[in-house]
Design a protein around this ligand. Structure first.
Ligand code: HEC
Ligand code: HEC
Length: 268
């Protein structure tokens, strides 16, 4: 059976360097997390879900379904010509470690069952917890933060919990909150979406964008903080948190156990 180009490449790499396929599995995710932050996060994003320079390798199903050996070869050899550098210098330990961490990001290692009540979680999401003010869930909710409809797919429940109660640790702040006061005395706060020497573009909570000439502003305050509230740890009871996590997991499309990453129409 013919595989995609990448698979072809992997197969060649496996043949060329027989030893490559044989490294020990079961790396140390803790060590891998440090390797990931310093070597991978710059392109793939701190949560592996993609950045400006590289795709999502955490929840993209075609990647999550690759075997450790296949992932190892991508990491060691890179993808020449496609912007993915080779990381063979990470060595016999570093590569399995970073893959172990990638599995954590993919939610594969965490067998934690979600025990909360998803229906109650939904009520919280759209009700007193106010998540829907900012987040969209299957077409309902706010615009300013990420759409969480599929977020729970393939993410460890533990990680979802952290994203809610300790976002400063887990969530990459793509949304710095900025406060401005115009010369006319109007105060606004929103997410800084663009800035150059002369202008600022802010996205307000209702999703609208406002562009300001800097010299028309009386005051600009960069908070350095994400818009994701940081007080859910105290606002939500452990049960409520479980319910929300269950809601996010259950309402996401289930992850295919082994989505084939195979040929697209080339001959067999
Ligand atoms: C300089 C930017 C950059 C860095 C740093 C980087 N990558 Fe990548 N990576 C890419 C790009 C670009 C692709 C997509 C290549 C393509 O498929 O076109 C990619 C693809 C991948 C893939 C998926 C291959 C596929 O099937 O599409 C994996 C897995 C991966 N990278 C893992 C890592 C790991 C682990 C690290 C850190 C050790 C890392 N990358 C560091 C740019 C980077
Ligand atoms: C005031 C707006 C706001 C509210 C309310 C809010 N969030 Fe967020 N949330 C954000 C923003 C913005 C981000 C993305 C991080 C960033 O861009 O700084 C985020 C990130 C997240 C993430 C991580 C998503 C990712 O892609 O990494 C999760 C999960 C999440 N929020 C869940 C919730 C839940 C559950 C609630 C309700 C209990 C909630 N949020 C309430 C604004 C909000």
């Amino acid at each position: 059976m013919r595989r995609s180009l990448y698979y072809g490449f992997v197969a060649v790499a496996l043949l060329a360097g027989g030893a490559y396929g044989a490294y020990a599995q079961g790396g140390d995710a803790g060590a891998g997390s440090r390797i990931f932050s310093s070597n991978c996060a710059g392109c793939h994003g701190s949560d592996g879900r993609g950045g400006e320079r590289a795709p999502n390798i955490a929840t993209a199903r075609n990647i999550a379904s690759l075997r450790d050996t296949e992932l190892g070869n991508f990491v060691r050899n890179g993808i020449p010509g496609a912007g993915m550098p080779a990381f063979s210098f990470l060595g016999e330990r570093g590569v399995p470690d970073v893959i172990a961490y990638l599995r954590v990001l993919q939610g594969k290692t965490d067998a934690v069952e979600v025990t909360g009540d998803a229906t109650a979680g939904r009520v919280l999401f759209f009700g007193s917890a106010e998540c829907s003010r900012c987040h969209m869930m299957h077409g309902e909710g706010g615009f300013i933060a990420s759409d969480l409809s599929d977020y729970g797919s393939g993410v460890a429940p533990e990680r979802i919990r952290s994203a809610i109660v300790e976002p400063e640790k887990v969530v990459s702040p793509k949304s710095e909150v900025i406060e401005v006061r115009t010369a006319e005395g109007e105060s606004l706060h929103g997410v800084l979406r663009a800035e150059d020497n002369f202008t600022l573009v802010i996205q307000l909570e209702n999703g609208r964008y406002r562009r300001f000439k800097k010299d028309s502003l009386a005051d600009v305050h960069h908070t350095g903080q994400s818009l994701m509230p940081r007080d859910y740890k105290s606002r939500l009871s452990p049960k409520e948190l479980d319910d929300l996590v269950s809601y996010l997991v259950r309402s996401a499309a289930p992850m295919e156990p082994s989505a084939p990453r195979e040929k697209t129409g080339d001959s067999q």
